[in-house]
Ligand binder design. Structure first.
Ligand code: SF4
Length: 54
């Protein structure tokens, strides 16, 4: 069971991330979001760099 505090300001559906909870919340203390396209101009062009494999 994940005992780490939940970051209530982040909703996330990345089920296979170490920080993900069953309530679709994030337990990382902070997250870093970066771009994955040269000219990032929509949400599909962003991703979470704090992601960590379970
Ligand atoms: S670290 Fe990023 S990918 Fe992982 S649960 Fe938090 S917001 Fe989602």
């Amino acid at each position: 069971m994940n005992q780490k505090p939940i970051n209530m300001g982040v909703d996330c559906k990345v089920n296979n991330c170490y920080y993900h909870t069953t309530e679709n919340k994030c337990t990382a203390e902070k997250i870093e979001v970066g771009d994955c396209a040269a000219n990032c101009n929509c949400s599909e062009d962003t991703f979470c760099k704090t992601y960590k494999e379970k």
